[in-house]
Design a protein around this ligand. Structure first.
Ligand code: ZN
Length: 249
């Protein structure tokens, strides 16, 4: 085992209030691309051919105003690029669920909308950007599962005739203040904070880790982050591999 993972193992064994803060990198090992990373969706949709598949970059399409004005085009992109109904939890999701079961981990805070932490068995999951598994009628607030979105032809409609909107935070929308408050409190109270699979460039979510007061900040990320200089341990490895190795007895 490498020395850093050995250090992580020691930190975990001495902790009983671990909080994990994760980004897209947690789910890339489940086959869900990170559209902000160099090899993710964004570069995929750069004009490489004469006829790009979508006329706008993901940040434009996944914005509140685009959803409201071009709902059908939003859904064409969303169904094709954002939904991965066959994705399964990977070793990172499973290790975090196991840490919670052992009474060591108190919360998973995620920027992902795929629901994989819950599927892996974690119970206290704070989804900063919402969940693609929940879809709500804009008129009557009826809630629909992801299948309703996948199977709809064009714009998914409620029985009442209203447009169904995914319960995910789009660009130019605000994060749910109650989820933010819970996440901030969890970080504030944590004895160990493990941050994984995020470049920590997206605010306000990234700024939340400033609330951590402890001295065991662990970053598991393939590339550098603006918080590297504050970290007590930096691991540039797969999150799934790192966490599952660190949990071995
Ligand atoms: Zn409705």
């Amino acid at each position: 085992m490498n020395a850093d993972i050995e250090k992580l193992k020691i930190i975990i064994s001495g902790s009983d209030n671990i909080v994990f803060f994760g980004g897209a990198g947690v789910s890339t090992e489940s086959g869900i691309p990170d559209f902000r990373s160099a090899d993710g969706l964004y570069s995929e949709t750069q004009p490489q051919s004469d006829r790009p598949e979508f006329a706008y970059p993901p940040e434009t399409i996944l914005s509140h105003s685009f959803f409201m004005s071009y709902t059908e085009e939003f859904y064409r992109f969303y169904r094709e690029k954002m939904l991965y109904p066959d994705a399964k939890p990977n070793d990172a999701h499973k290790a975090l669920a196991e840490l919670e079961k052992r009474g060591k981990l108190k919360a998973v805070i995620t920027q992902n909308v795929d629901g994989l932490h819950t599927e892996a068995g974690s119970t206290n999951v704070l989804e900063l950007h919402g969940s693609a598994l929940r879809n709500i009628c804009m008129s009557c607030k009826e809630c629909y599962p992801i299948e309703k979105i996948i199977n709809a032809d064009g714009i998914p409609l409620c029985l009442c005739g209203g447009i169904i909107k995914p319960d995910v935070v789009l660009y130019k929308e605000t994060l749910d203040p109650s989820v933010m408050a819970k996440a901030t409190r969890a970080i504030y109270n944590a004895d160990t904070l493990i941050v994984g699979g995020t470049s920590l460039n997206v605010y306000p979510a990234a700024g939340m880790i400033n609330h951590y007061r402890g001295d065991k900040l662990i970053l598991i990320n393939k590339s550098e982050t603006p918080y590297d200089r504050y970290a007590d341990l930096i691991i540039r490895e797969s999150i799934g591999l790192t966490l599952s190795e660190a949990l071995k007895q």
